[in-house]
Design a protein around this ligand. Sequence first.
Ligand code: PMP
Length: 394
Amino acid sequence: MAECRDPLDELDAGLADLDAAGLTRRRRIVTTPCRPEAGLADRSAPVLAFCSNDYLGLAAEPALASAAARAAARWGVGSGASHLVSGHTAAHEALEARLAAFVGMDDALYFSTGYMANIGVMPALVGRGDAIFADKVNHASLVDGALLSRAELIRYPHCSLAALEARLAASTAPRKLIVTDSVFSMDGDLAPLPQLLALAEAHQAWLLVDDAHGFGVLGPQGRGSLAHFGLTSPRLILMGTLGKAAGVAGAFVAGHHSVIEWLVNTSRSYIFTTGAPPLLAETLLTALDLIEHGDARRAHLAALIARFKAGLTLTRWQLLPSDTPIQPLVIGDNHEALAVSRALDAEGLWVPAIRPPTVPKGAARLRITLSAAHSFEQVDRLVATLKRLEARHP
Ligand code: PMP
C-alpha cells in the first residue's frame, strides 16, 4: 500500500519546491489608487509602476470615481441575486445595450470578470465530441474554459495559420471553436484575426476572440480588435474585459442575438453567480464615454510606446516585437528575471517578473506595460535604468 503522507507536510514540501525553482509568488500591498506613482506597504517612498493593465489611465480617473459615487447613491452596493432571479437591473441592461452598439454586435452580456466570461462561453458552445482549436499561448482562462467544456483541446503553435488549417481539415468534430487572444497577454503581439476568421468561415467554426488587451486601446474610438481589422461575421464572438483599459471591473461577451440568448440560458458562470454590483455597470457607462472620446489618451499612449521602443536598445535581453502597451522583456532564467525585477525595485521601479507556468519554461520575462497615465520622463527613466542594469548583469 502507498505510504499515506500528511497533507499539510505535502503542501509545505510543494511550497519549498516552488521556492527552490524561483517560482514562489508573493503579493505586494498597494496603498494608493492604481496610478504610475504607486504606494506600497513595504516601501517608504512611492515606486514608479509599469505593471498595471490600466492602459488609458482610467482606474483612478476622478470623473469615474464621481460616477461610481453617484451610482452607489442610486443603486446601493449589491445586486442581491443572480441575473435570472432578481439581480438584473436597468443599469446592467443599459450597459449591455451600450456595449453591443459600441462594438457593432447584435447583443452583449455583462459577466463579473473576464475569467468567468471565458469559462462560461466555451462550455456553452461546445461539449464532449466537439473540438476547440487554441493558440498555444492563449490566456489561462481560455485553457480552463476549454477543459471545462470537455471538448477535445487542440492547440496550434503561436499564430501558425498553416498548423491551424491542417488541424481543422483533419477534424471530424461536429462543432468547432477557434479561440485566440487578440493581443497576447504576455507577448503583446496581435493575432492574425482576418485570416483566423477566414478559416473559421471555411470550416463552419466559431471564432472566439478574447480582446482583454485590445478593447479600449485598439480600433477607432477604442472599439477593440475586431473594429481595428474591420471584421464582422455571425461566426464571431467577442469577449472584452472591463477591468483593464476601461478601468473598472467585469467583462462582456458580444455576438449574434441567438448566441447571447443561448448564453443567458446555458452559460453556467453567468447563471449561477450573483450579478455584479449595479453601481459597477452604471460606472462603466461613464467609462465607455471616456473610452469613446479618448483619442488624446490613445495618442499619448502610442507616443509612449514609440519612445520606449526607440529608446531601449539592448544587447543581451530581448524585447519582443510588439506595438501594443504590453512590452515584454525576455530574460530567460527564472532566477535572473527575479534578480532584474529586484534590481529595478531597488531603483524605485516596479516591473514584476513573469515566470512559468504563465509563460513557457526558459522564457521568464519582465512584463512591462505602459499606460496613458505615464509621462515621457517616466518612460525615459525606465529605459535608462534597464540599459544600466543590462550592462551590469553578468
Ligand atoms: N483574458 C485575458 C487575455 C487576460 O489577460 C485576462 C486577465 N489577465 C482575462 C482574460 C481575465 O480577465 P479578468 O481579469 O477580468 O478576469
